[in-house]
Design a protein around this ligand. Structure first.
Ligand code: HXC
Length: 289
């Protein structure tokens, strides 16, 4: 879809880049010539991802362990990167989530999610953004959100609340930091199965009931998400900022519609419906005369 060297010369940091969506986006950036920084809590998966990328693509990948819940560690890490040279892009991908009835959550369970998603994402954005502003360097930020930022969602309330906050940060900073040449957008993926997310959000592997809710009848293909992230990271569309783009096969629009369940009707069912409606109309007309 893109020129091979689309991201050549760009340095991009992907948080949570050792696994899942972060790893896939990092791979695609490297494939298009970017130099990568990836961080996360587990050294082994970061190293594995760096090895996979460097064995396949002519790209440098630096990996470091980091828990984004610690604001000082975040700032030290970003300082360490910028001492070697400024970043061009940041993908706030690191997240934590699990399904649970909200009444059963402990305060620590709430904090476990919100400290990563809400606080950690801000710490990282702030650390990178202020350095861009100080050095008059332009940059691009992508926040990985969910469609729950528009609808809310039961059973993942700490995540829905935290990601909604980051969606608000996306819009707010687009306005505040636009004058510095910093663009900031969100990607709201629907179901893109990855091991980490699916173990916590779909632990009984009930893909079928989830697919019922997607008009396209399938989960997302990783390349679709990779292409969107690469497009947002590339130059050429700087006027696009402050936007959160859903990529979910219209799942959330369908779920929110009053008549979404009609998607399941066959042509025969529709013919019966038409007949019933006609009967009702005719009855009305008969009563009028
Ligand atoms: C209820 C739970 C729980 C569960 C943990 N807790 N899991 N409560 N149900 N299933 C509670 C614990 O009991 C404890 O509270 C508190 O949370 C902290 O637990 P820890 O295990 O000590 O937390 P920690 O080690 O900090 O781990 C954080 C984590 C973990 C979020 C809980 O799952 C994690 O590190 N996840 C990272 C990867 C991840 O989640 N990926 C999925 C992202 S998907 P008490 O009071 O008992 O001490 C995503 C959106 C995808 O973000 C959208 C797709 C459509």
């Amino acid at each position: 879809m893109f020129k091979e060297d689309l991201l050549k010369g760009k340095k991009i940091l992907v948080t949570g880049g050792g696994t899942g969506l972060g790893r896939e986006m990092a791979k695609h950036f490297a494939m298009h010539g970017a130099e990568l920084y990836i961080c996360g809590r587990r050294q082994n998966v970061l190293e594995e991802t760096a090895n996979i990328i460097t064995s396949k693509y002519d790209s440098k990948v630096y990996f470091d362990t980091l828990d984004i819940r610690d604001s000082k560690d975040v700032d030290d890490y970003v300082q360490f990167i910028f001492e070697k040279g400024p970043l061009d892009g940041l993908v706030n991908n690191a997240a934590g989530n699990f399904i649970s009835p909200t009444k059963d959550l402990s305060p620590k369970g709430f904090d476990a999610i919100s400290n990563i998603v809400f606080h950690g994402t801000f710490y990282m954005t702030h650390s990178v953004g202020k350095r861009w502003i100080e050095s008059s360097k332009k940059g691009s930020i992508i926040n990985i959100l969910t469609t729950w930022v528009w609808t809310g969602s039961p059973y993942v309330v700490p995540s829905a609340m935290s990601k909604s906050g980051i969606n608000t940060m996306t819009k707010s900073l687009a306005a505040e930091w636009g004058k510095y040449g910093i663009k900031i957008n969100g990607i709201a993926p629907g179901p893109f199965p990855t091991k980490g997310a699916w173990e916590r959000l779909n632990p009984d592997n009930n893909d079928e009931s989830m697919m019922d809710t997607v008009p396209l009848g399938r989960v997302g293909e990783m390349i679709e998400l990779q292409n969107l992230a690469t497009f947002l990271m590339a130059d050429g569309c700087d006027y696009l900022t402050g936007q959160t783009i859903g990529i979910d096969g219209a799942q959330y629009l369908t779920g929110g519609g009053t008549f979404s369940q009609l998607d399941k009707l066959t042509d025969d069912d529709w013919e019966k419906m038409r007949q019933l409606i006609r009967n009702a109309n005719n009855k009305d007309k008969a009563n009028r005369t």
